[in-house]
Ligand binder design. Structure first.
Ligand code: SPD
Length: 291
């Protein structure tokens, strides 16, 4: 008998993976956690029925959510990862020699434990002496740590349930306060094909708070639409103009990919294009489909 896991990505779109076995399954007070092994020997972490990470393409996501902000800051020493309990983002953060302390604020200890047991290529980083684990609410953590972090990375789940707060204006304001005066914030921002409204709203919100806000893209085939977005918001450094070249062992990220990731296809650029003020000469000139 064939066993398939299907993620319903939208009411009309689904992704199916052929499963060899279920390695782990538990229900915590926050969510349903599953670790699956596919017939091609890849491990998959699933939370509440949504694919969080797969061995096929985790490196793309984790490298791009990490190295873009850390190479934008000239010397990131103290880094916060909100969410990311699997450890993949932490693994990439700790590749930076400048990092002295990296805090993981994960609300669900079950994710950390499942990853420790079944996804060691991700969670191995959590043993590093520079890594501190804080099991608790990342949004509360940033509220209680003003001026503390050089870089904050929000490696959240999708904007549903417990993860929704991590897409709110309140959280972005608290993150701004929790950064040092030249700090950099970065967050995963879903699929431009399916979450255009969310992307436009978040970018608009962040522009009220940070002087520099930019969206960038990477290809993550296991996620809805395959084309995945990230938002970078910065107090001082521009991620294209100021990016440093750091010697890193990576599979996807390079300095060239870093720059290219900010080149947006037209429909994505329209989602985040600032609305031009209407002038008396061009009363009909509308903003595009986005903000
Ligand atoms: N739809 C999937 C979005 C998942 C984003 N976060 C993944 C966490 C991996 N460390």
């Amino acid at each position: 008998m064939e066993l398939w896991f299907t993620e319903k990505q939208t009411p009309g779109v689904a992704l199916s993976l052929k499963v060899a076995r279920t390695i782990h399954r538990e229900k915590t007070r926050y969510q349903d956690i599953a670790v699956l092994e596919t017939v091609d020997n890849r491990r998959v972490l699933v939370l509440d029925g949504y694919v969080m990470t797969t061995d096929l393409d985790e490196f793309v996501y984790h490298e791009m959510i990490t190295h873009v902000p850390l190479c934008t800051h000239p010397c990131p020493q103290k880094v916060l990862v909100v969410g990311g309990g699997d450890g993949g983002t932490m693994r990439e953060v700790l590749k930076h020699g400048s990092v002295e302390t990296a805090v993981l604020a994960e609300i669900d200890e079950g994710v950390i434990e499942a990853s420790r047991r079944h996804l060691p290529h991700l969670s191995g980083s959590l043993q590093d002496p520079r890594c501190r684990i804080m099991v608790g609410d990342g949004a509360e953590h940033v509220r209680s740590r003003p001026g503390e972090y050089d870089v904050i990375i929000c490696d959240s789940t999708d904007p549903v349930g417990a993860g929704a707060v991590l897409f709110s204006e309140d959280f972005y304001r608290a993150s701004h306060q929790s950064l040092t005066e030249d700090g950099v914030f970065c967050a995963q921002m879903e699929s431009p094909f399916f979450y255009g409204e969310l992307i436009g709203r978040v970018v608009r919100n962040l522009r009220q708070i940070f002087p520099i806000v930019r969206l960038y893209l990477a290809v993550v085939p296991s996620y809805p639409g395959a084309l995945w977005s990230f938002v970078l918001a910065s107090k001082k450094y521009d991620p294209v103009r100021d990016a440093r070249t750091v010697d890193l062992k990576t599979r996807y990220y390079t300095p060239e990919v870093h720059r290219a990731a900010f080149v947006l296809p037209k429909f994505v650029e329209e989602l985040v294009r600032p609305q031009s003020p209407q002038s008396p000469q061009s009363p009909q000139a509308p903003g595009p489909a986005g903000p």
